[in-house]
Design a protein around this ligand. Structure first.
Ligand code: ADP
Ligand code: MG
Ligand code: MG
Length: 871
């Protein structure tokens, strides 16, 4: 059967793949008996066939013809009739809404003759010619790509004159007359919708969003209704709840005597939905009852497009509406309260990304001056910094800067990385600046078109702001402020900190309710990466149930650096032992604090990882110091000694050099000192009545032999500390070889923790510091990456190694604990993967803990294992 075309009466809302989102929802409303103008849907299958062969698939046009005849019969009007023509709209509609696709064409079927018929039949000359004018313009723009500017219109022009002008524009631009045959108009429009699937912008958008390129779009063909037929007509949009705050109640705008996108275009002043009640109480009441039915049907916030023609209400579109992050939480909790959805379903309706956005600091609006201008909010955050106009200046600056460019390109990457935020004068949400900033989690406002950029200043109107002056940009709403605007912590963060009560606050109580459920259903635990007692305490307030990574090298910084220097420079065993003995009590005290803050919960302590020369002054600095001394004829002294050490220890690829477990095997006593400090700290906590649960983790292991040697030494140290509780010893899996030989390594490891940062670097064969600035922006732009593999785990490559290691590790040692301590542990998309890969916990920065908790719950719901998904 061919079956490319479906009447609105034949579909339903669950057929989005076949009918597109718009079509499936029009069909649903038709089935519900709502007043939808009649029409039909050409399926995505037809589009795929068209794109494959480059021609209308066999039988499609005759099928369209059949459905059109049925439409005519039902309405008692003919398409192409000269006296009383049936007019159509042709609307694209894919399964996912997508920028760059062809828009809608209204009033198809009008021509030089039927326009007079329409004028007579409607008794409204102006309306008829205005409709024809719109058709020529929309058709020219969308089917023939005539630039919008070509149709310059004078507001006062008579529609009839405009039609003449537009027809001439059409002829000059296309070299042909405006098609007069209604069927030709219709078929050309359908073909144009099909082809727009492959418009450059649409292709790029799909590549970045990882939407398959072969889905195709549906085409909706429907009878026109007219909101531009006088004051008893009009068009509007409405929401069944407030999409900004989630508050119950209907919201919307209505514009009298108007058609289509006039509301959005803001041509005239719109009235609020409430005011519609005053001008047309019957339609208003009907609309409210329809909105209630739609909410019940979709069990969610719906947005609606409607038109009133001579007092008769028509529904033109509905869909589950977009909303702010705050509204998403509030609405999900409300729907649970109303008995419309389960708590599991509520978790499906919010995302970790939304929670993360709610945790960003924001500007204190009450202390903010008038904005200089407003651009496109492209990547959220509140950034304050001194103005710089090029990448070099941004990279060289000491303090925080905002990089301002007309638009950005790959050369600007180092500057974008260095800056707090990025502001551009050109480009929208899919411009280079916007895409790269979002990929890096950096604040960005783009397309601030009022800005005129000079070499070292910009102007807005008559105001000039120079390089070095401070500005503030708000990536959530696009505002650009002069001077520094005070930034305040998010209310949601204050709530997690225990500083704000959820009581009586709709957003905070919604978050509380959903987080409680997430914790209840989650299988994946959430630990935090924390190096100090203070960090660990904060993580615990944010809901972490352990420390998954304590980086001990952070305890070697500041004034302790000299002790490490002594260790590195030690010429004899005695000198080395002295240096280690001096470090021991310091480490022990740090561990005690950490174990106190996480009393009763696991604390995974990683032995020292980075190359030791990172603790010495940089080569350039030492060279300069020695050169200065020599120039003065002085002895370079200590600087000379250090310089020699740095030269001796120089590595071409430090990331792949002497670090991690390799250090432990090369420098006698280093790991033993750390292990002793852990054991002594734990013993002290036990003596104080605490419940310390430290674990020792060995970094950068590539083969089981390394781990066996370290383990043997560690065990003998642990045994020598009286009063220490049992302490597990495990390893990081961050070298591909470790993942592949996980079966062997598991024999010597009580647990695994995936260091996904290093594992990503080594799997891809690139060092993060070198590649992020060099080409990641270009890769994001080209869609090679949807997001940086350092932000979101690369499932196919790195993820495969994780799966292999878990499987082989657990085959060798059933019940082996496995976690993740790379930054991916706090990334929503990656958390889902770790759940599916069967890990026991993720560990992330304290600040990301709530996000990971929410996503851990969502992952369990998505996997369908919660057993709580009933109402
Ligand atoms: P978008 O996907 O950009 O919202 P739509 O296909 O919804 O595009 O069309 C835009 C607007 O055109 C609609 O909101 C509606 O006002 C108007 N429109 C579309 N079809 C019709 C129709 N059959 N009769 C009257 N107006 C229509
Ligand atoms: Mg629409
Ligand atoms: Mg590592």
């Amino acid at each position: 059967m061919s079956g490319y075309v479906y009447d609105f009466g034949d579909g339903n809302k669950d057929l989005k793949d076949l009918l597109g989102g718009k079509g499936a929802n029009l069909a649903e409303m038709t089935r519900m008996g709502l007043p939808v103008p009649p029409g039909f849907i050409i399926s995505t299958e037809a589009c795929r066939a068209y794109l494959r062969s480059g021609a209308m698939p066999a039988g499609l046009l005759s099928e369209v013809e059949e459905h059109l005849q049925a439409l005519e019969a039902g309405l008692g009007k003919r398409f192409g009739d000269q006296k009383d023509p049936l007019l159509l709209s042709v609307r694209s509609g894919a399964a996912f809404s997508m920028p760059g696709m062809m828009e809608t064409i209204l009033d198809i079927g009008l021509n030089d003759r039927s326009v007079t018929g329409l004028a007579q039949q409607s008794g409204d000359e102006r309306f008829a010619w205005d409709s024809y004018r719109r058709l020529i313009q929309m058709f020219g723009r969308t089917v023939f790509d005539i630039p919008a500017e070509a149709f310059g219109s004078e507001p006062g022009d008579e529609p009839r004159d405009l039609v003449e002008t537009y027809k001439k524009v059409f002829e000059t631009q296309t070299g042909q007359v405006f098609p007069q045959a209604p069927h030709e108009q219709l078929f050309l429009a359908i073909g144009a919708v099909f082809r727009s699937w492959n418009a450059e912008r649409a292709v790029l958008y799909r590549r970045r969003e990882r939407i398959p390129q072969d889905l195709g779009t549906a085409v909706n063909v429907m009878a026109m209704v007219f909101g531009n037929r006088g004051d008893d007509s009009g068009t509007g949009v409405a929401f069944t709840r407030d999409p900004a705050t989630g508050r119950r109640g209907s919201y919307g705008d209505y514009l009298r005597n108007a058609q289509g996108e006039d509301v959005v275009a803001g041509i005239r002043n719109t009235m609020s939905l409430g005011e519609l009640a005053d001008v047309d109480s019957v339609s208003y009441a009907q609309l409210l009852s329809i909105m209630e039915r739609l909410e019940q049907r979709y069990r969610d916030l719906c947005d609606i497009e409607f038109t009133i023609e001579h007092g008769k209400l028509w529904m033109l579109q509905t869909r589950v509406g977009k909303r702010t992050p705050a509204a998403a939480f509030v609405i999900a909790a409300q729907l649970v309260e109303e008995g419309a959805i389960t708590l599991d379903e509520a978790l499906r309706r919010v995302t970790g990304e939304q929670l993360a956005q709610l945790m960003f600091p924001s500007f204190d609006e009450s202390a903010a001056p008038e904005p200089l201008t407003t651009g496109v909010p492209a990547s959220p955050g509140a950034a304050v910094g001194a103005l710089v106009f090029d990448s070099a200046a941004a990279a060289a600056a000491d303090g925080p800067v905002i990089l301002v460019r007309r638009e950005t390109n790959p050369d600007d990457l180092p500057g974008m990385i260095a800056a707090q935020g990025v502001l551009t004068a050109r480009g929208g949400k899919t411009s280079h600046a916007a895409v790269v900033a979002r990929g890096m989690g950096k604040t960005c406002v783009c397309g601030a078109e009022e800005i005129r950029i000079g070499p070292d200043s910009f102007t807005v109107g008559d105001r000039t702001v120079r390089a070095g002056e401070v500005i503030s940009i708000d990536g959530a709403n696009g505002r650009v402020y002069p001077g520094p605007v005070p930034v305040h912590a998010s209310e949601v963060v204050r709530y997690f900190e225990g500083e704000a009560s959820a009581y009586g606050d709709p957003l905070l109580s919604a978050i509380e309710r959903l987080m409680t459920h997430a914790d209840h259903v989650a299988r994946l635990g959430v630990h935090a990466n924390a190096d100090t007692g203070a960090d660990a305490a904060r993580a615990r307030r944010f809901g972490a149930t352990g420390v998954g990574l304590c980086r001990t090298e952070h305890m070697f910084l500041g004034d302790r650096r000299v002790l490490v220097e002594r260790l590195i420079l030690a010429g004899t065993e005695a000198e080395r032992d002295d240096a280690l003995a001096a470090l021991l009590p310091l480490q022990r005290a740090d561990f005690e604090q950490l174990l106190t803050a996480m009393d009763g919960l696991p604390v995974t302590i990683r032995l020292i990882d980075p190359p030791l020369h990172e603790f010495l002054p940089p080569l350039a600095e030492l060279t300069a110091r020695v050169a200065r001394a020599e120039a003065l004829g002085e002895d370079a002294g200590h600087a000379g000694v250090l310089l020699n050490a740095v030269r001796r220890m120089h590595e071409s690829n430090p990331m792949l050099g002497l670090r991690g477990v390799r250090l432990g095997l090369v420098i006698p006593g280093l790991f033993a000192m750390q292990v002793r400090a852990v054991a002594q700290a734990a013993a002290a906590r036990v003596a104080a009545g605490g419940d310390p649960r430290p674990e020792i983790m060995v970094p950068l292991v590539g083969t089981v032999q390394e781990l066996e040697i370290v383990r043997a030494e560690a065990e003998s140290v642990l045994a020598s500390v009286p009063g220490a509780p049992p302490i597990r010893i495990g390893t990081m899996i961050e070298v591909p070889r470790a993942a592949l030989t996980a079966g062997q390594i598991a024999a010597a490891a009580d647990f695994f923790s995936f260091g996904t940062n290093d594992l990503t670097q080594m799997t891809w064969g690139f060092s993060r510091d070198d590649v992020e600035g060099a080409f990641f922006g270009r890769y994001l732009e080209l869609g090679v990456f949807a997001s940086s593999p350092f932000e979101t785990l690369d499932r196919d490559g790195v993820g495969e190694l994780v799966r292999i290691a878990v499987e082989r590790g657990r085959a060798a040692r059933p019940g082996l604990t496995a976690g993740v301590c790379g930054e991916h542990g706090g990334d929503p998309a990656s958390v889902r993967f770790f759940h599916d890969a069967g890990l026991d916990y993720v560990s992330c920065s304290p600040f990301r803990v709530p996000v990971a908790r929410l996503e851990a719950g969502r992952a369990a719901v998505a996997a369908g294992t919660t057993g709580s998904d009933s109402r």
